[in-house]
Design a protein around this ligand. Structure first.
Ligand SMILES: C[S@@+](CC[C@H](N)C(=O)[O-])C[C@H]1O[C@@H](n2cnc3c(N)ncnc32)[C@H](O)[C@@H]1O
Length: 273
């Protein structure tokens, strides 16, 4: 993530998010396709394990982007409803989805509790929000709506860029130390700010047309926005890239070189009552 803290025009945060994702939708759709390395290698194995989608289940994909995860879920036999704030993203999602894959795509703001609640009452076996909560100015309405959307004991899985290690006020570093007469090279991260919630602008993909707003918040605020007596946390994972023999990235600061630092956080919750 790179950053640009210049002030944008005086529009609401939500309108800025919508405008920028509409502007980046074509680029995103081309680059993401049916899943990039970050998605397929890092996230998907854990999403599959935690979400465990079963044929016939009703699953809600929140902030679905170009629908790549929605189509994967449909491929597992789930009945998928997929929503996104960006009209352009939904257009690309529909265009990529074969006619015989019955995904119900809709333009919905996931920070509008009433709009979410209109999607169903105790209706979904599971919901997922993949790599999008850090794009939302306020995740609390989603936390309020989820226990009503899910059937009792229904599950919700979310992934985000790791708030501790993969955020705007982080710098990747490479160091060389002499230890007992031997030179040792290593990579790591330096964190400058963490606790203070803040809006920054950065890039999810190098070359994207416009920097996008990110809403950085510490773990306590992120999880606190979702947790409550009706939505309980039951799994937490911090995946990192596993080094592949003979396949070291040519880029010094590729996440694939940071095998002991997780760039993402994945959590599962369930409706308790
Ligand atoms: C990083 S993309 C992830 C897309 C998709 N989940 C995936 O895994 O490929 C983030 C998506 O969140 C959507 N988004 C941001 N804020 C949203 C909101 N308030 N409601 C619904 N979607 C939102 C954006 O339009 C964008 O499509």
């Amino acid at each position: 993530m790179t950053e640009d803290r210049s002030e944008g025009p005086p529009v609401s945060d939500l309108e800025e998010v919508r405008r920028v994702w509409n502007a980046n939708a074509s680029f995103w759709d081309t680059r993401m396709g049916e899943g990039n390395d970050f998605h397929r290698k890092l996230l998907l194995p854990w999403l599959e394990r935690l979400l465990a989608p079963r044929p016939g289940e009703r699953i809600l994909d929140i902030a679905c982007g170009n629908g790549q995860l929605s189509r994967w879920l449909a491929g597992k036999g789930a009945q998928v409803t997929a929503v996104d704030l960006s009209e352009r993203m939904i257009e690309f999602a529909k265009a990529r989805t074969p006619q015989d894959v019955p995904i119900d795509y809709r333009v919905v703001d996931a920070s509008d509790e009433a709009a979410l609640r209109a999607l169903g009452d105790s209706y979904y076996d599971a919901a997922v929000c993949n790599m999008a909560l850090m794009d939302m100015p306020d995740p609390r309405p989603l936390g309020q709506a989820l226990p009503r959307l899910l059937r009792p004991h229904g599950r919700f899985v979310m992934s985000v860029t790791h708030p501790c290690f993969n955020q705007a006020d982080m710098t990747k570093v490479a160091r060389e130390n002499e230890e007992g007469g031997t030179l040792r090279e290593y990579v790591g991260v330096e964190i400058r700010n963490y606790l203070t919630p803040r809006k920054v602008r950065g890039l999810a993909m190098i070359g994207q047309p416009e920097p996008q707003p990110y809403f950085e918040r510490p773990l306590s605020l992120l999880l606190g926005a979702l947790l409550g007596p009706s939505l309980m946390l039951d799994a937490l994972e911090e995946p990192s890239f596993i080094p592949e023999p003979g396949a070291v990235s040519q880029f010094w600061f590729s996440w694939s070189r940071f095998s002991d630092i997780p760039p993402a956080l994945i959590a599962r919750f369930h409706r308790s009552v």
